[in-house]
Design a protein around this ligand. Structure first.
Ligand code: R5P
Length: 281
């Protein structure tokens, strides 16, 4: 077995190959003069683990090209961050189920698909293949243990409560969830909730930080209620439209994410949990 990755998951791909103790296939990426993507892999003489986060259109096309280039062997596909997974409902006639479109596009010439904290496990059905979704809750909890002695862990909504519980389990910490209502793509409303956060270090945890609107709204409320410091931890650091700066400006003392999207603040690696899942199934 060997590992091969897109440009968007190159650090994670190398870490997975090290963890598994297997080789890494070299790939050269470039563009044609008209902007179309091109890639060329090194020798393919083994079963492959293809790694590629879908962080945007180029990442998706690169992943599709890579899957095609590798289609001679029996491969498994790791999608550490599955972009478009939040778009799995039709709110108006004529809208696509974008998660389904992406799933159908990549579920070609691979035998099994692995994801990390996919936004909603329900979307996995669209792959039409065996899937494994792993959670980084425990790894994020271990990281937080090295940074905080007794934080309170908060999810911004009840959908992320299970994740807060998983993280809190690492240190036997208190956890709870807030009441969030999404008003638009960028704006959310946080309803006040009586939590014992006064004088405490609070870590807000979520699967994705995109615009940062959710975390910023939660932090404002927590500081009003007397929190000593507010921090944020997520799996997928999308950080669109200057979100990281927006969070720092909102008084968030630290923001960390994992390497499902490769960032300077990717403090937690998903290589361990992905490698474990790959060696078990
Ligand atoms: C939504 O349900 C997700 O779990 C996140 O809460 C959301 O994607 C965060 O988005 P933003 O950072 O734009 O508020």
């Amino acid at each position: 077995m060997k590992v091969i990755s897109t440009e968007y998951s190159q650090i994670l791909g190398a870490r997975i190959s090290q963890r598994l103790g297997v080789g890494l296939v070299d790939v050269k990426f470039s563009k044609f003069p008209d902007g179309e993507l091109y890639l060329k892999t090194g020798a393919l003489d083994d079963e492959l683990v293809i790694v590629g986060s879908v962080t945007g259109s180029d990442a998706l096309v690169q992943l599709l090209l890579l899957i095609d280039a590798c289609s001679e062997s029996e491969n498994r596909l790791v999608i550490p961050y599955m972009g478009y997974a939040r778009q799995d409902k039709q709110f108006h006639p004529g809208e696509p189920l974008s998660a389904r479109a992406i799933a159908r596009a990549v579920a070609n010439s691979v035998s099994c698909i692995y994801t990390v904290n996919v936004h909603d496990e329900d979307v996995l059905r669209h792959f039409g293949l065996p899937t494994v979704n792993v959670s980084l809750g425990n790894d994020i909890g271990i990281y937080l243990k090295s940074e905080f002695s007794n934080p309170i862990i908060l999810a911004p909504d009840d959908g992320a409560r299970y994740f807060a519980e998983q993280i809190a389990g690492s240190g036997n910490w208190e956890f709870d969830h807030l009441e969030k209502t999404r008003i638009s793509g960028e704006a959310v409303r946080m309803d006040p909730k009586n939590l014992r956060t006064a004088g405490r270090d609070v870590v807000i945890v979520d699967d994705i930080i995109s615009t940062g609107g959710t975390i910023a709204a939660a932090a404002g409320m927590l500081y009003e209620q007397g929190a000593k410091s507010v921090h944020a931890a997520c799996v997928h650091g999308v950080f669109t439209g200057g979100a990281y700066t927006h969070l720092a400006a909102a008084g968030i003392k630290s923001v960390i994410c994992s390497d499902t999207i490769e960032r300077a603040c990717s403090e937690v690696s998903s290589a361990g949990i992905i490698s474990k899942a790959l060696s078990e199934c």
